[in-house]
Design a protein around this ligand. Structure first.
Ligand SMILES: [Zn+2]
Length: 109
C-alpha cells in the first residue's frame, strides 16, 4: 500500500467518523435511552452499540495510520488486502485471522 492509498483511506475514515459523530446524539441532548428510542425505535440499542463500536474502530485505525502500522493485520502482521480495506477501512485483521477471532471483535463482519 502506498502513501496515496493510505491518504485516501484516511480521508474515508475521517469522513465515516464525521458521519458517526453526527448520528450520535450530542451530550447536550443527553445520552438517555429515550433520545435514542425516539430516533431509531426498537433497534436503537443495536444501532447505538454499532455506532459506538465503529467509532472506536475508526479512531484506532486513524491511530494506526499515524503510527505507520495501518494495513498490517494485528493477528499475523501480514498486509491486509487493499480490496478488503476499501470496503471496511478500519479492518485490523486479514481474512485468515478474521475467520478465527471472536465474533464481537469482528463486528460488523
Ligand atoms: Zn492475519
Amino acid at each position: 500500500m502506498n502513501h496515496l492509498e493510505v491518504a485516501r483511506l484516511e480521508r474515508y475514515l475521517k469522513f465515516q467518523l464525521a458521519e458517526i459523530l453526527q448520528e450520535l446524539p450530542s451530550t447536550d441532548e443527553g445520552d438517555s435511552d429515550s433520545t435514542w428510542s425516539a430516533k431509531w425505535g426498537s433497534s436503537a440499542n443495536v444501532l447505538k452499540e454499532r455506532l459506538l463500536h465503529n467509532r472506536e474502530e475508526i479512531i484506532l485505525a486513524i491511530d494506526r495510520i499515524h503510527k505507520g502500522t495501518y494495513g498490517n493485520c494485528v493477528g499475523c502482521g501480514k498486509q491486509i488486502d487493499l480490496r478488503r480495506l476499501e470496503v471496511v477501512p478500519w479492518s485490523k485483521f486479514c481474512i485468515v485471522c478474521q475467520a478465527v477471532v471472536p465474533k464481537l471483535a469482528s463486528w460488523p463482519y
